[in-house]
Write a protein that binds this ligand. Structure first.
Ligand code: G4P
Length: 280
């Protein structure tokens, strides 16, 4: 982690704009505090991309943009790296943050950063309109730093996935695992699914009922998982529910957007969580 931090800090010396990619469904939980810290230290503006906006709740995304857009040196936009029109706006927005950089003599130098699985490779490929980075749903496939020409007067440096050394809040860990930023082995799917259930039952009960049947919104996280196991025939050979299998069904429904457009946190819920935990 320290070497990733050093490499990022060093690269920032020759960078005009930081492009931070987060997951629009959990923008704070999926941001690396180190990026904010170091870009403030170097006094660099930041284009905050709330990616996967196609999967997020539009209302929550609007609230997040309003939240970020009053922060100094920050410009937040919601995008889907899979939508060429969204990606096409990025160079123009980055230029707005460093208008003094233009032309071949003074190219606009950008760095792309973010935790694993937020869509950096997808974005990089879309920006370059060719495949240069391996896209995958397993964390940390981008291994080394590379600088690429992004057309006349623009360069983009890619960084390896930056994960913080310690996840400060359990709630963040669960949200990240549900959204697949943390690898499969790091946490137990069943526990992650129960936590996801608890959030969705409070915030999106109608989506739960629409997918899993009337009355399910009155269950708790564990009850919901058992219900899914029952409904989908997830049973163990020797009898009893296969809750791990049910967890996979539920997590896949969330990750693919089958349940609906869902955000796991809002500026308000984040503030409440921090007030309860007395943190960050
Ligand atoms: P990373 O470099 O930050 O680690 O992330 P990467 O681009 O590998 O993307 C991780 C997963 O997120 C990929 O899914 C990718 O397709 C998906 N993704 C990236 N941007 C978006 C977006 O804006 N919207 C949606 N819905 N998904 C996005 P995958 O399942 O591995 O691949 P694929 O089968 O979807 O191609």
């Amino acid at each position: 982690m320290n070497s990733a931090r050093r490499a990022f800090a060093k690269a920032l010396a020759a960078i005009d704009v930081v492009i931070e990619v987060t997951d629009a469904r959990l923008p704070e939980a999926s941001s690396n505090p180190m990026i904010e810290e170091l870009r403030h230290f170097r006094n660099r503006p930041c284009l905050k991309l709330l990616n996967k906006a196609d999967l997020a709740d539009p209302e929550a995304t609007r609230a997040w943009m309003a939240h970020y857009n009053v922060q100094p040196g920050a410009l937040a936009v919601a995008i889907s790296a899979k939508h060429p029109v969204d990606v096409g706006r990025i160079p123009v927005l980055a230029r707005q943050l460093a208008p003094h950089r233009s032309g071949a003599e003074k190219p606009l130098r950008m760095i792309l950063a973010g935790i694993p699985n937020v869509g950096k490779s997808t974005l990089m490929n879309a920006l370059l309109k060719r495949r240069v980075a391996k896209v995958g749903d397993e964390p940390a496939v981008t291994k080394s730093q590379q600088t690429l020409d992004l057309g006349p007067g623009m360069t983009l440096t890619d960084t390896p996935g930056l994960m913080w050394p310690k996840i400060e809040h359990d709630a963040d860990g669960y949200m990240l695992a549900a959204s697949h930023a943390i690898g499969r082995n790091a946490v137990v799917d069943e526990e992650v699914a129960v936590n996801l259930g608890m959030i969705l039952l409070v915030r999106y009960p109608a989506f739960i009922e629409a997918r899993y049947g009337t009355g399910t919104s009155s269950l708790d996280g564990e009850g919901l998982l058992e219900h899914i196991a029952h409904r989908r025939g997830c049973v163990r050979k020797g009898g009893g529910f296969d809750l791990e299998k049910a967890a996979n069904v539920f997590l896949t429904d969330y990750r693919t957007g089958t349940l609906g457009r869902i955000s796991l946190e809002t500026p308000e819920s984040r503030q409440k969580m921090l007030a309860l935990e007395g943190g960050r």
